[in-house]
Write a new protein. Structure first.
Length: 313
């Protein structure tokens, strides 16, 4: 029996993973689940799924929920997947700053920070979730857009599925500009917003690179957002090949209909804009950094040894 595969998208927020995930979801035998780490926290039944139905009415999520509830009864509570109104993010998936997160980003092993039992529970819980999702969808590949290296570091220990990783990179100027537009409540008390966020952005990048380096060659690949938007069909076909799929994209023009997929976690522009069909193309960026912001980003990245990440663009 061939092992099922989980394709994990690693990278910074605002790198375009939502669109990459939807593109992957158009491939045969691939199901895009969105940010799996946020599924429990984002489960709010009035909320809409990309299929345009509410979560209660969406056959996909109500079906998977039912199956999870039925088949996870015998698991310890901390290993059960809960799609409930009041479920929250697990410690390891919490967003924002915090000392533990900071230490994890610096490379302190997770089992020191959260204990080996919690780490094992997290792994078992996710293995069980993916098993049920494979069974429910009959997919060969499930896509997880969670993006954090901490989660990836635990999932890669699984013997239940093969883990593949695509590291999505995008022009730091654009990612950082988007980053600055959002209030970062959890870190706001540190002040010096631009310096602080540039430093955090740099540290995060180091942590992505550190983990990516440790993955086996045949199970990882890098994708640049700029290549993807310029040559979406070619890029997707390369990814399909990387994952061992027989079929790639046939059309010359890749059109994505989000209504054919079931994503509710992660980036919500999908719901706001109510796209019916999305065409992937190179867009002129509407996000730009002020000169001062760029200078700060550049000096921090240079100090952290990431200067070449910026000079590529
Ligand atoms: Zn749906």
């Amino acid at each position: 029996l061939k092992k099922q595969k989980v394709l994990y998208v690693l990278g910074a927020g605002y790198s375009g993973s939502t669109l990459l995930g939807l593109s992957l979801g158009t491939l045969k035998d691939v199901v895009n689940l969105g940010e799996v780490a946020s599924l429990e926290n984002d489960y709010r039944p009035p909320a809409l799924c990309t299929c345009s139905k509410s979560l209660q009415k969406c056959e996909f999520w109500s079906g998977l929920k039912k199956q999870l509830e039925k088949n996870q009864k015998n698991l310890p509570t901390q290993q059960q997947w809960n799609l409930l109104n009041e479920a929250t993010r697990q410690e390891i998936d919490k967003k924002g700053g915090g000392l533990r997160k900071f230490l994890a980003v610096l490379g302190v092993p997770l089992r020191w920070l959260m204990g080996s039992t919690a780490e094992l529970d997290y792994l078992k819980k996710n293995e069980s979730f993916f098993n049920q999702a494979f069974h429910f969808t009959q997919a060969a590949i499930l896509v997880d857009l969670s993006k954090t290296p901490e989660r990836l570091n635990i999932l890669r220990q699984s013997a239940a599925f093969e883990l593949y990783c695509v590291y999505l990179k995008r022009n730091p100027r654009e990612v950082f500009a988007s980053n600055l537009k959002r209030p970062k409540k959890s870190r706001a008390h540190f002040g010096f917003k631009v310096w602080r966020e540039a430093f955090w952005y740099g540290l995060r990048n180091i942590s992505y690179n550190r983990l990516f380096k440790q993955l086996p060659e045949e199970q990882k690949t890098v994708m640049h957002w700029e290549d993807f938007t310029r040559e979406p069909v070619q890029s997707l076909n390369q990814l399909a090949k990387f994952m061992g799929l027989k079929e790639g994209v046939k059309a010359d023009n890749l059109m994505i209909d989000p209504r054919l997929q079931h994503v509710y976690s992660g980036n919500l522009w999908l719901h706001r804009e109510r796209h019916t069909a999305i065409k992937i193309e190179t867009q002129k960026s509407n996000r730009s950094l002020k000169v001062r912001e760029f200078k700060i980003l550049k000096s921090i990245l240079t100090i952290l040894g990431l200067g070449k990440e910026l000079s590529k663009y």
